[in-house]
Every structure is written in C-alpha cells, then in structure tokens.
Write a protein that binds this ligand. Structure first.
Ligand SMILES: [Zn+2]
Length: 420
C-alpha cells in the first residue's frame, strides 16, 4: 500500500482541481481519495507537493500496428507491438481502444497485458472491422492482401450474414464493434465508391446491442453520420473526411439534435486535419483542420457528448504525441475548457465502454492508472505533456522511480502507410 500526499488532484470528471489531497493506493486500485482520509501505519508515503495528479489517459481510436514501425503488420512484424506499448505508457496513456487491427494478434496482446505478462496499456479491441466489399478499405489499403482481409475484415453481403458475424465476433472475445461507413479515401481521391448499406449497419447494431456490446462507426460525410445515428449506432468517429463535400453549418442541426437525444458519442479526430500530410497535399485535397473546427464547435455547443480518439498509429499520427495534440486541439479549436478536454480523454472515453466507474477517474474503487504532471493542465492544457511519472495498475511504469521498464528502440523510419 502507498499514498500520494499533497497532491493537486484533477479527477477526470470535469470537476475543479482540488489541492492538498491524499490518494491511497492498494495493489492495483485506488482505495481512498480526500484531504483528511486516514493513512494506515506503515504505508509508503510519496509527497508530490506542487505536482498534479490525474487519471491515466485513454487513447480512444488507435491502430496498433502503426507508427512508429509502420503499417498494419502482424504481431511478429511489429515486435509484439513493443514500440506502441512503451511509447503509450511514457506519454501517460494507460488504456487504448484498438480500432481495427489484426484480430487474433490484438486479442492475444490484450490478454497478455491483462495477465501482466507484457508491459503495456490496457486494451479494448474491436477486432475485425465491418466493411463493404466495394468500398474503403477493401478497395484501397487492403487491396489484394488476403492476410489483411482475413485478419481484419468482416465483409457481410446480407443483414443475416452480418448478424452471424456479430455473434461470431462476440464468441471470439471482441470488446466492441467497428463499422467503416465510407465512400472514399485519399488514396483514390477524388473517386467515390459505394457506402455500406443501411440495412447491414442496422443489423450489426441490433445484434450487437442484443449482446450488450457497442458499435462505433467511422463516417466520412454528414449523410453517413445521419444514417448510422438513425440505425442506433453508439459512436460517430471522424464525421468529416478531408477532401469530401462541405456542408453549411445549419445542415448539421438535425444530426446534432439526434445525437444529443440518443446520447451518441462524437470522436472527432481533430488533430489529424492539422498534420502536414503529403498524401493529401500532393493530390490537392484540403487537409481539414480549421475547416472542420466550426462543425465540431457547433456539436459541442449543442451538447453532443465528446470522447477522445485521434487515429493514433496511422502514418501521420505518431503514438503518444498525437493523443496530447488531440486533447490540446479540443481546447484550442472546439472551445472546451482544459478540464473538459481532460474529461474527454479520461472518464468520458471510459464511459464509451461503460467503464467510467473503474477507469479514467480518480476515486475510490477505480484502477490505479495515474498520471502525475509537473505543471497544471487545468490552467494551460499544453501542460498535459509535462509528465513526471505514470502508474498503471498501481505500478510505476514510466518516469520517476519506474519499477518496470522494457528496453526498446523507437523506430523513426516508417513507410507512409494510410490504411484506414
Ligand atoms: Zn482509424
């Protein structure tokens, strides 16, 4: 058992910072939090006067085989995702949602991490992604690559097939489902391809909900977002594809009202629009960025629920840094307060998986996934990068006094893959 004392606590719920707190940790759980809680005799005391204690971050949309060490590779080629696992922990990311990766590899890795055999963030995995045969990514990044098709895709032709696949995925241990609802990709821009049919999306959502699991949808356009919301999907990711048709702001009104009514999450992947993405620039496709900001600001003002997810691991989104960038963009472009942006990447992201009482929060009973910062992120969100130490499950995994480290050499020589 140990206790942090004199902590400035940001609990991850959006509540104001509390000073002079004690946080008592027993094994992998937080036992108690408060200014006057008793600390049993013999407890190791860690005085962090002047520092800031908050929940470990969630990265809510990631591709495990991605950068550094690029591409959608399997476990062996990715050296058991060694770079991803270590870079995440060093950046304070203690939970990751794998959003379309090699199913077998990611499920195996998830279980190894849970058993404590491998050092890494806790994983939630969507396994094989539901896609349309004629659409992205089958006709783009996956083209002709049988290994990727078999390991990464569910490609139903009918609603009945889709339902069977949902049940199969549950049997294999998927934590949630991902559908790609897309009609284009930068690799084929400006060509468009058919979107997955609404009756297939509706069948996936219905069957998943019967099994108590959620469905997250990659969407490129307003119409696709409205379609998945009409089908009852739980999460809309991206919403606007760079280079796709633009809409007037009032056209988003019905979507945002429906999302508020149905409590649909928006995971906007904002930071990606600000990257210097040569694959877009060379084709003359707009890069997004400030073009998208007014739409996300409108969603926020309407009260749509936001969670964090930045597409970590794709070519232009380098693990660790990109999650911090996304949190910073939520303040600088969407107009959130720093505490709201922190909530997006902690308790709100945990809530997408129904885990808000056990992760992404500093309170009794929650996992001891803790981030300690040198500077106050509630006054300046850029201080989210001032990492002092990181704990996962009560073990210090990065920074001062790290108890468990793993040798690795980050690779900065990755191919420019854009798969999803
Ligand atoms: Zn993605």
């Amino acid at each position: 058992m140990f206790a942090f004392v004199n902590a400035n606590v940001i609990d991850g719920t959006g509540a104001a910072l509390r000073k002079h707190q004690r946080v008592l940790v027993d094994k992998d759980r937080i036992l108690a939090v408060g200014s006057r809680i008793g600390i049993p005799e013999g407890t190791r005391i860690i005085d962090i006067d002047g520092k800031y204690l908050m929940p470990g971050l969630w990265e809510g949309h990631a591709h495990l085989g991605g950068v550094p060490r690029g591409g959608l590779e399997d476990k062996e080629e990715s050296r058991n995702f060694k770079d991803m696992r270590n870079v995440c922990l060093e950046h304070g990311i203690t939970t990751v949602r794998s959003f379309g990766d090699y199913q077998k590899d990611t499920l195996e890795l998830r279980d190894q991490i849970d058993r404590g055999e491998v050092r890494g963030p806790k994983l939630y995995c969507s396994g094989r992604t539901f896609v349309r045969r004629e659409s992205h990514p089958v006709c783009t990044g996956w083209a002709g690559k049988e290994k990727i098709m078999n390991n990464c895709g569910y490609i139903p032709d009918t609603p009945e097939e889709a339902r069977d696949m949902v049940r199969e995925g549950a049997d294999e241990g998927l934590d949630f489902y991902k559908i790609i609802v897309s009609n284009g990709h930068i690799s084929i821009y400006p060509k468009v391809v058919p979107t997955i049919k609404s009756e297939i999306v509706a069948a996936i959502v219905d069957e998943a909900h019967k099994l108590g699991k959620i469905v997250a949808c990659h969407v490129d356009t307003l119409e696709q977002a409205q379609m998945v919301v009409d089908c009852g999907a739980d999460e809309v990711h991206h919403l606007i594809a760079e280079g796709s048709k633009k809409y007037e702001l009032p056209e988003y009104e019905k979507l945002f009202r429906d999302m508020c009514r149905q409590n649909t999450w928006l995971v906007p992947t904002i930071a990606i629009g600000y990257q210097n993405d040569q694959s877009r620039i060379s084709k003359g496709a707009p890069n997004g960025g400030d073009d998208k900001a007014p739409v996300f600001r409108m969603a926020y003002e309407y009260g749509v629920r936001f969670a964090e997810g930045c597409d970590a691991g794709i070519a232009v989104m380098t693990w660790g840094i990109c999650t911090h960038d996304e949190i910073i963009k939520m303040v600088e472009t969407v107009g959130m307060t720093p505490l709201e942006a922190i909530r997006c990447a902690t308790s709100a992201s945990a809530a997408t998986m129904g885990k808000e009482n056990e992760s992404g929060v500093i309170k009794a009973g929650a996992a001891a996934d803790i981030l300690i910062l040198d500077k106050d992120p509630s006054v300046d969100i850029r201080n989210i990068t001032s990492i002092n130490r990181v704990l996962k499950g009560g073990i210090t995994v990065a920074g001062e006094d790290a108890e468990w480290t793993e040798e690795y050499t980050p690779c900065h020589d990755w191919p420019n893959y854009v798969i999803w």
